[in-house]
Design a protein around this ligand. Structure first.
Ligand code: PBG
Length: 324
């Protein structure tokens, strides 16, 4: 009989020692909770493919933010769905837009909550693309000017951080310049630096009513097959002044999260996107998996891969589970 000399199992014998040698600690401090805001009063539209998530009118959004705050979650990221969409996404650049009013209402009711805005156009444009469309394609530099207009309205409304998600070349530099020129040099930028053209955004596009009306997003979002290109995108955003680098989606891109973590010293965020959430929810509803254990394992894997911050629809559940 072979008798092993080395026995790693010694450090797994009971929960106390396992706790002591655990390398990754998931915490409520890691989470950003995404929220969807719509026009109206007392509106709470369930999002069928994302159980437990709703499109909320501003009055109910404020109530939701109070609950998120009570759970100890430090930050939310807001997505706005305007009543009227147009070619350029005017609502997203108006001081009276849905997002700008939502920010002011939240900051008045729950000033402690850290409010991040998703900076993009796809929810606001009639064609559903992430910028100004010229000749059937998103016009990069015209979109940069509108991004500058949009972030100023967010900052004026009281946003704590802006998070551009449109994958336009130069978006971080353009936004940094606009913020600084308008006295908002204290507002950080969390850049969706490596954002892939992913099918995992499907449920979100229902929630945000932001599916492109023609074509797809492959002329601006990244090819899922590319990894080195992600590092190039990240380098550019660091150079342009990003404060936090995001990788999105998370689970199918854990290798990218790790490589980005090893490359930059800035905080790394990962977006555990709608499709990742919906898959777990659906399997749990069918009784095929243990939801709590699977969700916590998923979030732990994202943190272990190198993310400091996780944007997740599981934030509220996970906050409760971690407090048990
Ligand atoms: C774009 C944006 C998207 C998501 C966040 N910001 C969708 C897209 O690129 O089509 C997806 C988030 C998710 O799937 O949870 N504004």
């Amino acid at each position: 009989m072979f008798t092993p000399y080395y026995r790693p199992r010694r450090l797994r014998r009971n929960e106390n020692i396992r706790r002591m040698v655990r390398e990754t600690q998931l915490s409520v401090n890691d989470f950003i909770y995404p929220l969807f805001v719509v026009e109206g009063k007392q509106v709470k539209n369930p999002i069928p493919s994302m159980p437990g998530n709703f499109q909320l009118s501003i009055d109910l959004l404020v109530e939701e933010v109070k609950e998120v705050h009570q759970l100890g979650i430090p930050a939310i990221i807001l997505f706005g769905i305007p009543e009227h969409k147009d070619e350029v996404g005017s609502d997203s650049m108006s001081d009276e837009g849905i997002i700008q009013r939502a920010i002011r209402a939240i900051k008045e009711a729950v000033p402690e909550m850290y409010v991040i805005t998703d900076v993009c156009f796809c929810e606001y444009t009639s064609h559903g693309h992430c910028g100004v469309v010229t000749d059937g394609d998103v016009d990069n530099d015209a979109t940069l000017e509108n991004l500058q207009r949009q972030v100023i309205t967010h900052a004026k409304a009281g946003a704590d951080m802006v998070a551009p998600s449109g994958m336009m070349d130069g978006m971080v530099g353009a936004i940094r310049e606009a913020l600084d020129d308008n006295g908002f040099e204290k507002i950080p930028i969390m850049s969706y630096a490596a954002k892939y053209a992913s099918a995992f955004y499907g449920p979100f596009r229902d929630a945000a009513e932001s599916a492109p009306q023609f074509g797809d997003r492959r002329t601006y979002q990244m090819d899922p097959a590319n990894a080195r290109e992600a590092l190039y995108e990240v380098d550019l955003d660091v150079e342009e002044g990003a404060d936090i680098i995001m990788v999105k989606p998370a689970l199918p891109y854990l290798d990218i999260i790790r490589r980005v973590r090893d490359r930059v010293d800035l905080p790394v965020a990962a977006y555990n996107v709608s499709g990742e959430f919906s898959m777990v929810k659906a399997a749990a509803q069918l009784g095929w998996i243990d939801e709590k254990r699977v969700a916590l394992e998923m979030l732990t894997s994202i943190k272990r891969a190198g993310a400091d911050i996780i944007l997740t629809y599981y934030a509220k559940d996970a906050a409760r589970w971690l407090a048990e």
